[in-house]
Design a protein around this ligand. Structure first.
Ligand code: PHE
Length: 346
């Protein structure tokens, strides 16, 4: 039996070596080791082997089975290695991966990121978040804010007015500024008040690189006993230094707003703007006009905001404009046209 077994070993190993794929290997396994296979057929001859030869032939049978099994495993591993190599050909697996955030997870909108940062800074100074509706009454937007009927901000050409659906006398409009939330807060709460109110504001502006018909403002109001211009300046300077760094310089320029007296515009000079020596206007502010406190008192029907007892400051600035300065964005429209090439940079 030795010769046929040795012949089978040689034949099997040659056949396995030339198997070109996994299917061919499986066929070889069935042909040589399967239940109807060649080795099984030969092992049936064991019963005719003489007693003396049995141990030797038995061992040879096992050797051949082991050799064929090893040849099958080896060939399978070699073919798998070739397949892996083919799959990775042309791929440099040492290159860095694609960051998940860029590939599709997304990030917060740059204005939202700035809003979160500004809110956090004011929170540290004890300001609470307040809010009001985008669709407002003329009273909250203008009258209560000491803005007379002939003021240019109330011009139909500049403001989005809406027809009143219930035929009521008072018209509605998209708020032209977030100062409406000053009034809404004072209607509900007695002093001391220290709030910020971020939100949308609307103006019928010609849309260009620095103007949108809808933009985002951050309003602030602080009313208490003894609030002074020094508090206003200290608060805003602290806030803007937190944003722009300690080298920022400020200028409070006298200005006019109907609802504050005195009023200022805040200009800033910062290295963030590059080497330029330019002052940039970033906010409006002032001391709450006593007429505003009295309008609120009248509406409330009490003297909660007695101007003899309480003073306050208010401020407002555009987050879009700040975000433009801080990110070097040249055109405000980038913030609204949902271009991933722009947004993915934040
Ligand atoms: N509401 C003003 C504007 O939109 C900004 C402002 C807010 C000014 C509060 C003074 C006080 O221009």
């Amino acid at each position: 039996m030795d010769a046929p077994l040795e012949a089978l070993r040689t034949e099997a190993i040659a056949a396995i070596a030339s198997a070109a794929d996994e299917a061919a290997i499986e066929q070889a396994r069935i042909r040589f080791l399967g239940q109807q296979g060649a080795l099984t057929a030969l092992s049936k001859g064991m019963k005719d082997v003489s007693k003396d030869d049995k141990p030797r032939i038995g061992k040879l049978l096992n050797d051949v089975r082991a050799a064929v099994t090893a040849a099958l495993d080896e060939r399978k591993a070699a073919l798998q290695g070739d397949a892996d190599k083919a799959a990775f050909s042309g791929v440099d697996v040492t290159l860095p991966g694609t960051p998940a955030g860029f590939a599709g997870k997304g990030t917060l909108h740059p204005i939202t990121q700035l809003l979160d940062r500004t809110t956090a800074i004011f929170r540290r100074m004890g300001f609470a978040l307040a809010e009001g509706p985008d669709i407002e009454t003329e009273w909250h937007c203008f009258d209560a804010l000491n803005t007379p009927a002939d003021h240019p901000a109330r011009n139909e050409q500049d403001t989005f007015y809406m027809a009143s659906s219930d035929g009521s006398a008072e018209g509605r409009l998209l708020r032209t500024h977030t100062s409406t939330v000053q009034i809404r807060t004072m209607e509900k709460t007695a002093p001391p008040i220290r709030i910020i109110a971020p939100g949308a504001a609307y103006r019928r502006d010609e849309i260009d690189a620095t103007h949108l018909a809808q933009f985002t403002q951050m309003e602030g109001l602080y009313v208490d006993e003894g609030v002074s211009v020094a508090d206003l300046k200290g608060t805003l300077e602290f806030f803007f230094r937190e944003l722009f760094g300690n080298d920022a310089k400020f200028r409070f320029r006298p200005h006019f707003f109907p609802f504050t007296e005195p009023s200022y515009e805040v200009d800033i000079k910062t290295s963030m703007l590059g080497a330029t020596d330019r002052w940039l206007e970033i906010a409006g502010c002032g001391m709450v006009d006593p007429a505003v406190l009295e309008a609120v008192n009248t509406k409330r029907g009490d003297r909660a905001f007695d101007p003899e007892k309480f003073t306050g400051f208010a401020f407002g600035f555009g987050l879009d404009r700040l975000a433009m300065i801080m990110s070097g964005t040249p055109d405000i429209r980038y913030f609204t046209n949902s271009d991933q090439r722009f947004l993915a940079q934040f």
